[in-house]
Design a protein around this ligand. Structure first.
Ligand code: C5P
Length: 252
């Protein structure tokens, strides 16, 4: 589980990271936090011993993205995002920049945002066809460009895993434990359903960050993830849960 630190300032970040210490080992730094605090936000999380998912969703001409990814790769990050719809040349440039910096950070391409539904995609964005088809097409392009995985909703995760293989990461936001508010998200899923669809990492924001007891909510989500993984283990899909709460899977 990755917790999205969509909070206003340094104090709130440190507070959440501390409250979740020992439970959550990867935090997502997004546009709000990075725009206000810059690399300092990455340092706060990294210094706590947790991993950083820098979710800046770059989308620009290849040269600009190359330079931005190279700058990001010099920070202590484990995951970084670009928009798949920036096209193949942009995705290749992003991967090249990571290779040039010789970092272990993984590059993820964002497919269709989980706040976009079929109507918005068609009427407002001019995207024809099924969202699953679009996400799969973009994920296929991203994989061909050397990208390590995608950010996609649970509805697309199973198909992407099936078509592109188990090593291609699928990270899923829009996670809502049963009964939770959807906020601005449209394509949401429970932790259990996301794991069963094959997602490798779940991104959870407001259900944890706005809870009166974030640690308790995080623990109950992890419990739900473990339950879903145990079920998969019984079906031979998962070997064990690694230290950082990701599933180590067989390639059956
Ligand atoms: O609060 P909530 O759980 O909805 O947060 C989801 C997080 O995942 C946000 O930080 C959002 O920017 C991010 N995200 C998303 N959908 C995507 C990619 C990223 O919701 N497709």
């Amino acid at each position: 589980m990755i917790v999205a630190l969509d909070v206003p300032g340094e104090r709130e970040i440190s507070d959440l990271v501390e409250k979740l210490s020992g439970v959550v080992r990867c935090f997502k730094i997004g546009l709000e936090v990075f725009t206000s605090l810059g690399p300092r936000a990455v340092d706060i999380v990294a210094e706590s011993g947790s991993r950083v998912f820098l979710d800046l969703k770059f989308h620009d001409i290849p040269n600009t993205v190359f330079r931005a990814v190279r700058a990001a790769a010099r920070l202590r990050i484990s995951l970084l995002t670009v928009h798949a719809c920036g096209g193949a040349a942009m995705l290749r440039a992003a991967k090249e920049a990571l290779l040039e910096e010789a970092t272990d950070a993984k590059l993820l391409a964002v497919t269709v945002l989980t706040s976009v539904d079929r109507r918005v995609a068609r009427e407002e964005m001019g995207l024809e066809g099924d969202l699953e088809e679009i996400a799969l097409r973009w994920a296929t392009m991203a994989q061909a460009c050397g990208v390590d995985g995608v950010v996609a909703s649970t509805s697309e995760a199973a198909r992407i895993k099936k078509e592109l293989g188990d090593d291609f990461l699928v990270v899923t936001p829009g996670i809502r434990p049963r009964g939770e508010d959807m906020h601005d998200q449209k394509r949401v899923a429970t932790p259990r359903d996301a794991i069963r669809a094959g997602s490798d990492m779940l991104v959870v924001g407001r259900p944890v960050t706005r809870a009166t007891n974030p640690r308790a909510v995080a623990l109950s989500i992890i419990q739900e993830i473990r339950g879903a993984l145990d079920r998969d283990t019984n079906h031979g899909r998962v070997n064990h849960i690694t230290e950082d709460n990701t599933a180590a899977k067989t390639h059956a």
